[in-house]
Design a protein around this ligand. Structure first.
Ligand code: AMP
Ligand code: GLY
Length: 424
């Protein structure tokens, strides 16, 4: 099969790496991809939000199957458009992707189908939001309803800060995405990311992973897209997985189908494991990044077969997936200044040397080859150093060893405490 993947991050490099191992795949392409992806797939300079150009390209190249990595094209209806031209595609339609693109949509679904989540109110004006806020306790949880590139959530500690955040949200901080604002009850507990795949009716559980959202060690500094991940995570066991499947994931898939939005794709549940049991923080309509990279390192089943069966509505044929039980980590190397301003174009060396030793697999995120053919940075999160070993500590040692001894990139930095919750 001739397969096209949409996206350019570390998530997409790990998906391409895994798809490249499938006997079902004869040709791989990626839009727009990155330097690492270009080593194993054809890449074309079309951005993920250029929906019409993507459709044109798909018609020209006659792909058999398209897979969508990031949320933006899902929310823009790329899946609907591909289906309209008769192309097989893995990913939710625009209406099903509302699970990520509208927090209010997800909250209403949770209320309707009794899915455990934080209590909330939703507001379209400052005055009502302010008076609701006064009945809540700190820390306050404020969320823009729509997509805000992972930055739409804030957790102010004081009422004063919460009110000024509300004012910013309603004065268009995230444009249309914050024309509605959710105020939620604060949930206490440990967080985990859990993944499942649905064909609209059947659900196949994947595994859980732990992300590290803050930029600096000790979970300090601003939120990022994710600075590292590991799996398995002690926060999540079989018992919790059963509860999550039965109380959260399956009711969601059934509810979405009953409401006329059958969900075909990856369901990424952000969960809080509270004293009262697991509760949903939010859904994403795609794999997580940096979580996907550790999932792909642990997956021993054929990824293309899973995507195909899901697209056909035959996911029930797959009884079980095969996973490595070995602790797996992903350390993100980011550009100095990220998640704020940073410079692109600095030269990176040593990724091939690191890969050649066989101790790590390096997935690229924001990288490109410059006009002299040298690998350089082109984004905030730039490289993912993944490794696997018999223990988490050994896996971390291998990854940090490659970062310290093989990779040469002066403008890069990483967190030094990935996996700290599990090691404790
Ligand atoms: P989200 O983008 O919805 O995943 O939220 C970003 C982060 O905010 C989450 O990973 C949690 O750490 C935190 N968060 C969001 N909602 C809540 C909540 N209701 N209670 C406690 N923490 C929350
Ligand atoms: N790592 C979190 C996300 O992909 O949204």
């Amino acid at each position: 099969m001739k397969v096209l993947l949409i996206g350019s991050g570390g998530r997409e490099h790990s998906l391409i790496w895994k798809l490249n191992q499938s006997k079902l795949v004869s040709e791989l392409a990626c839009l727009p991809g990155n330097a690492g992806i270009s080593e194993i797939a054809s890449v074309f300079p079309i951005k993920v939000h250029e929906i019409d150009k993507i459709i044109e390209h798909v018609l020209l190249k006659q792909y058999d199957f398209v897979i969508i990595g990031p949320e933006q094209p899902l929310a823009m209806g790329l899946v609907d458009k591909l289906k309209k031209i008769g192309v097989k595609v893995f990913g939710p339609t625009q209406s099903a992707a509302q699970l990520e693109s509208s927090k209010e949509f997800t909250k209403k679904l949770c209320s309707k189908y009794n899915i455990p989540t934080a209590d909330y109110g939703v507001f379209d004006n400052l005055e009502d939001a302010k008076s609701y806020l006064k009945g809540m306790r700190a820390p306050y949880v404020l969320k823009a309803d729509g997509l805000a590139a992972g930055k739409g959530v804030s957790l102010p500690e004081t009422l004063e800060d919460a009110i000024s955040e509300l004012e910013e949200l309603f004065s268009g901080k995230f444009g249309n995405a914050s024309s509605k604002v959710l105020i939620e009850e604060f949930m206490e507990g440990q967080e985990a990311s859990f993944f499942a795949i649905s064909d609209g009716v059947n659900v196949l559980p994947l595994i859980a992973a732990q992300d590290h959202k803050r930029v600096f060690d000790g979970d300090t500094g601003p939120n990022t897209g994710g600075m590292g991940a590991y799996s398995p995570t002690p926060v999540f066991n079989d018992e919790i997985q059963n509860i999550v499947m039965n109380e959260i994931i399956i009711p969601t898939v059934k509810g979405m189908a009953a409401d006329g939005h059958p969900y075909l794709g990856v369901l990424f549940a952000g969960l809080m494991i509270t004293n009262e049991g697991p509760k949903l923080i939010e859904y994403n309509a795609r794999f997580g990044d940096p979580e996907c990279q550790v999932l792909m390192r642990r997956l021993d089943s054929d990824l293309m077969d899973i995507f195909l069966k899901a697209e056909e509505g035959n996911l029930d044929i797959i009884k079980e997936l095969i996973w490595s039980n070995k602790p797996t980590v992903n350390i993100v190397l980011a550009n100095k200044g990220y998640p704020g301003k940073y410079l692109n174009g600095s030269i990176i060396k040593g990724t091939d040397e690191a890969n050649a030793k066989g101790e790590v697999v390096v997935f690229h995120a924001g990288t490109k080859y410059n006009e002299n053919g040298k690998l350089c940075s082109e984004g905030g999160r730039v490289l993912n150093i993944t490794s696997q070993a018999d223990t988490l500590i050994k896996a971390l040692e291998k990854a940090y060893n490659a970062i310290d001894n093989d990779i040469v990139w002066d403008e890069g930095f990483c967190r030094r405490d990935i996996g700290h919750q599990a090691i404790k």
